[in-house]
Design a protein. Structure first.
Length: 169
């Protein structure tokens, strides 16, 4: 139910149900924790998110792919990009979603050079970028005032990566 509330934009309800769940001594799993952290991110509740991070560490699921991606997201959205980077670095396994979250987080926080460097590292490791990857990289180009670089990245979407640019780009 908590995940469902989050999926239909009822984050407050998700958090309320989570608190009730804890009062009833029901143990959350990684899916529940990632959903609760995502709800905290949407509601801009950094303190709650940090508490959830501590809970995931206590549970031993802080390295879980879903949980880590949600933590990167909340820290990025709340301007705590260094904390997002720490979570990213500690991930035992990273998916393209993890990379995207970090690249977009850097772009959102004006850390354009870090966004570019992370994108280049992603390519070096042969991780195939997705549309969201380019939204982050192109956003970083806009923030940095690097129109030429943005144009090259935009061209690479189709020419190098064989993808079709979308309106988001």
């Amino acid at each position: 139910m908590i995940v469902g509330y989050g999926q239909i934009s009822l984050e407050e309800n998700a958090l309320m149900l989570f608190r009730e769940m804890l009062l009833e001594n029901v143990s959350p799993d990684n899916f529940t924790m990632s959903s609760v952290i995502s709800s905290c991110a949407i509601l801009d509740l950094l303190g709650e998110g940090q508490a959830m991070h501590g809970k995931t560490m206590h549970m031993g699921v802080d390295g879980d792919l879903l949980v880590s991606s949600a933590l990167i997201d909340i820290y990025s959205k709340c301007g705590e990009i260094t904390d997002a980077w720490v979570v990213f670095n500690r991930m035992p396994v990273k998916s393209v979603v993890s990379w995207n979250s970090m690249i977009v987080g850097y772009a959102q926080n004006g850390r354009d050079l870090e966004a570019f460097a992370l994108y280049e590292e992603m390519l070096r490791l042969e991780i195939k970028p997705e549309n969201v990857t380019f939204v982050g990289v192109l956003s970083a180009c806009i923030h940095a005032g690097l129109a030429d670089k943005g144009g090259r990245y935009f061209q690479s979407i189709k020419e190098i990566h064989g993808m079709t640019p979308t309106l988001d780009h």
